[in-house]
Design a protein around this ligand. Structure first.
Ligand code: NAX
Length: 328
């Protein structure tokens, strides 16, 4: 039996947390032979901490053989201590009438603190995955605080967008989902993201030769994927939770599986025309568990270039809103 890894999760009593923790404890994230200790972090709010107690009780009641311990805390220095993985799900939601710049600043403060503490107390091999929105920019802020942990340890999640895109292509083509591959998300986790359909394959063939309706690909498809979160809220009366937890499970599972090819938001090295230093969704290949390389060289046509320019512009703008929070 392997020794347990420590997995810290913020926002653990939230709706994504409620769908996520049981997947981690069951082995879906790190594999059926990897024991875990869950270090659950909530905001210092009585209601949230009480709810966390209930979630921990339910985890106990599942009798998961791989779950070797549960820490409950509102102190990030306790929650991130020796953590091998830090899953940053908790964030302040956008309130009615709140400007995006204000949301960025409010959440930025959370991610400054968490970035500093993770850098100080997490394990030497710590990996950080950010889900709390605005995820790309929160990830950039947290990474900017780290002196010990390199920037490539900090990734943000665009896997939900990738999974949504894969599903939409399969439905349109009338094929089984498993026949769709190589669909990657570029840019921000926001409606500006670009699902690059021209490189996708359906049953091994270019998706554009199977779905020949270019107008559908350029408009309906991109918009459906980009605005899926809003459609879920309109239908369910609450934001995506189970699918987000599932996507984070996929994000980490792919990152610990050498050879896996998938989309994550990473520090840009200028590839595909993104500004250096913004955190942008890109295709990556996992090299060794927890490490990856950006896959370069996918050719972009004028349509793709214009979509990437638009999502890059938004990321650069977000960075300008939080410039004073970045430590270089
Ligand atoms: P909830 O509001 O249900 O839960 C958030 C939890 O975080 C709450 O329990 C809250 O007490 C806690 N929290 C707040 N500040 C904290 C802090 N400083 N430390 C620890 N915990 C803290 O939201 P939920 O639906 O779970 O969504 C969580 C985040 O994921 C939101 O920011 C949301 O916008 C974002 N999402 C990101 C997605 C992505 O693809 N990147 C998709 C789904 C989701 O919308």
């Amino acid at each position: 039996m392997k020794s347990p890894i420590r997995v810290a999760v913020t926002g653990a009593a939230g709706q994504i947390g409620y769908a996520l923790l049981f997947r981690i404890a069951s082995g879906a994230m790190f594999g059926p032979d990897q024991p875990v200790i869950l270090q659950l972090i909530e905001a210092p709010v009585e209601k949230a901490l009480k709810a966390l107690e209930g979630v921990a009780m339910e985890l106990d009641d599942c009798a998961f053989p791989l779950l070797k311990g549960i820490v409950q805390t509102s102190d990030p220095a306790v929650g991130f201590k020796d953590a091998n993985w830090c899953l940053l799900v908790g964030a302040k939601p956008r309130g009615p009438g709140m400007e995006r710049a204000d949301l960025l600043k409010d959440n930025g403060k959370i991610f400054i603190g968490q970035g500093q503490i993770i850098d100080a107390v997490a394990a030497a091999d710590a990996r950080i995955a950010v889900v709390g929105n605005p995820a790309n920019t929160n990830c950039m802020i947290a990474a900017s605080q780290a002196k010990r942990l390199p920037a490539d340890r900090f990734t943000a999640m665009v896997r939900l967008d990738q999974n949504r895109a894969q599903s939409q292509l399969a439905i349109k083509a009338g094929v089984d989902l498993t026949k769709v591959s190589d669909i990657f998300i570029y840019g921000n986790h926001s409606p500006s993201m670009f699902p690059a359909f021209a490189h996708a394959k359906i049953d091994g063939k270019p998706a554009t030769s199977v779905i020949t309706d270019t107008a559908w690909l350029q408009t309906t498809f991109c918009e459906t994927v980009g605005k899926r979160g809003a459609a879920i809220i309109a239908a369910r009366g609450a934001s995506s939770a189970a699918s987000a937890a599932n996507a984070l499970t996929d994000h980490v599972r792919s990152l610990v599986t050498p050879g896996a090819i998938h989309s994550i938001a990473v520090k840009s090295n200028g590839a595909y025309g993104f500004d250096a230093d913004v955190w942008a969704g890109m295709p990556v290949r996992t090299t060794t568990p927890g490490s990856y390389e950006i896959i370069q060289g996918y050719a972009m046509d004028d349509f793709a270039k214009s979509k990437i320019a638009a999502t890059n512009k938004e990321l650069v703008e977000e960075r300008s809103f939080v410039a004073s929070m970045l430590t270089s």
